[in-house]
Write a protein that binds this ligand. Sequence first.
Ligand code: ATP
Length: 367
Amino acid sequence: MMAPLLEVNNLTKRFDRRLPPVVNDVSFAIEPGEIFALLGPSGCGKTTSLRMVAGLESVDSGRIRMGGILLEGNGKPVPAENRGIGFVFQDYALFPHMTVNRNVGFGLRRLPRDERRRKVRRALDLVGLKASAEAMPFELSGGQQQRVALARALVAEPKLILLDEPFSNLDAVLRETTRVEVRNLLKSTGMTTLLVTHDQEEALSFADRLVVMNEGRIEQTGTPEEVYNRPRTAFVSRFLGRTNLIDGEARGCMAETVLGRIRLDRTIWGRVLVSLRPEHLTLRPWDERANRPPGVIVGRAFKGHDITYRIRFPDREWLVHTDNRTQFQTGDRALLAALEPGVVLDDPPDSVAVSTPPEPAEIAAGA
Ligand code: ATP
């Protein structure tokens, strides 16, 4: 394994002495060329973490090291402008009265003209905007403006790029295409990137690895697949998508639950809290010979390629996400079955209310 490009150890920051730290003992490491995301709800401390990495916010304690150089941690922070870090923020912050060319070249004013021109041209080429070099920012779409901001960050040849909610000002369609373009571009240049976002889908589709933050702390670090499929806590499982939480009595790799005996993703004994994603469950027809009472379908949302059902049992409701061949109608009786092992969470079973996922509006009425 390569040495990490950025290493953050035990980073802590408190703005108000009477409150818990807004960034609390945060550690992570980013490999060269990796796209890494800090994901979490508003106020969880991700922007403050990013600003400390950038050198825009002082650090209370902890260490930040980049390429083996200590940026923070010995009481002599390296100034932001000497860190070799580029930024792209949510609001692009392009100079409105300057052409794209001049916006991108702004930070290179001290270089000889020819060298500056060459670098600006290369950066604009990279983001696919060479033809817009003489345009003014207002003549460009939001996605194009965001690519100019990226070119402006890349032109300085930073070792690390920080992206703070860079796509949140774009409408849904543009957001998705810009995200794909920017990701391909960062990957083609081998740029190491730290993204901050509160958008789960964005983090899951954009990052190679991510941390999920909650109230200043890291809840989990992993690849998108790991954190989605193997959430360690109820917070992570709910923050990354909808899930059904159940408790059960574990005996090794199985547990007795209200669904009957289910497989678990690890070996454990005693009472456990288990997460089952809607797409890891399925429905089976019920008949008199079944040895369990049926549930009743109370909601159904057909979305073309898939269907989301809500099924009611006497004690609670469940969400089940199936392919479009699993056909039940509202009012049908059905049995629930787990297709994948239940994921055992670290939370003690009584610490989290076992519940049905939030009602998706479209199936509330049993449409
Ligand atoms: P958002 O997505 O809403 O920006 P975030 O996860 O990035 O959320 P931060 O911006 O890091 O969160 O803020 C974390 C907490 O620190 C918040 O409660 C915020 O009010 C507080 N905070 C941030 N900056 C300051 C500051 N300069 N002075 C005092 N409190 C601050």
